[in-house]
Design a protein around this ligand. Sequence first.
Ligand code: FES
Ligand SMILES: [Fe+2]
Length: 391
Amino acid sequence: MRWLTIAAESDVGTRPLAVTADGVPLVVLRPGPGADPVVFADRCPHRLVPLSAATLDNGRLRCAYHGWEFDASGACVELPSQEGRPPPRASLGPGPRVRVADGMVAVAAEDLPAPDPSGLFTNEDPSLRHAWHPVGIAGQVPPTVMLAGREFEVARERTTERWGLLWLAPAEPLTGLFPDPDEDDAFVGAWLPPVRTPASAGVVADNFLDVAHFPFVHAGTFGAAEARLVDRYEVTTEDWGCRSVQEQWFDNPGDPGVAAGRRPVRQRRRATYVYRAPFQLMLRLEELDAGATKTILFFAQPESLTSTRVYTKMLLHGIGGVPDPAPEVVRAEVEFEERVLAEDLALQRRMRLTGLPLRPRDELHVRADLLGVHLRRILGDFRTATPSCPS
Ligand code: FES
Ligand SMILES: [Fe+2]
């Protein structure tokens, strides 16, 4: 048998360590202090996030994204978004055989897991030419911008303005932009400073539509009080997009009605997610008891294989019990949202794949992922419907 050295024995502890063997990414750790090392493919079967970003708790490896837990044999023993036993496919599968000798940890070459999937939807997918993309806040756009791996001279291209952003479509766009917010006549709007992430725009969109990651990724902001279980929800299909309306429980300590003793802190909220290909997203959060509405517009500019620029605008109404929130309230909301976004970006920086997998078999979709399943299907349709696509 051929053994491949992956780490010095002394480097392997209870903290998951990312290593490679013959170029295959692996994670190695000890499931308890002094225990023998175990090795797995360095990807969670759910969304393929590296398990080297996971934490070990009580002998179980907890994935950083949605908190699925795996025991030392790789079996998935906890899937927080749903009740009941996790499906067998949620398990990691047996890792390669491990040998510890002469102070080194090695794995059996013949047991190496399959490489990462191919056919990903990346930021340089040819179909992306046939879409509107945000390229900057209107009035602040440089003469040249990056889009789908190419540089474009803005003055020579087809452009339009919407939501205070400049949009560019390199070729005839397949689909239009979200409509203007006519029905939102009573809101105060504010942009977050645009930010860059190394994750692909498809992964960024998937993250935005994801309803099961709050308690894990956003534990430092609002996530600790969020329910881990995700109620069954429905998704309706729209032209090159989809929509989902969900009712959720949440804690609302900022509601003046709570301070005045008129309402409990635990309240109901209606969350409406809207997606349109390739990367237009919106989330409207209506606080059903307190009457406040927050709309988050979220647009991604696929710059290159390793860069996505993210634009987030908040539309606020009725926060703190007044129709138009004061400037300091708006500032506080924007700062809070920046912290929330930073939590998502920190996880995205740990991701390794250069795009979003579109084939259902490459990931393990569970009930809470219905929006993500629609996103993948719509992007797949988008890719094959565009004329420049080799298909
Ligand atoms: S639990 Fe690992 S990616 Fe979702
Ligand atoms: Fe998030």
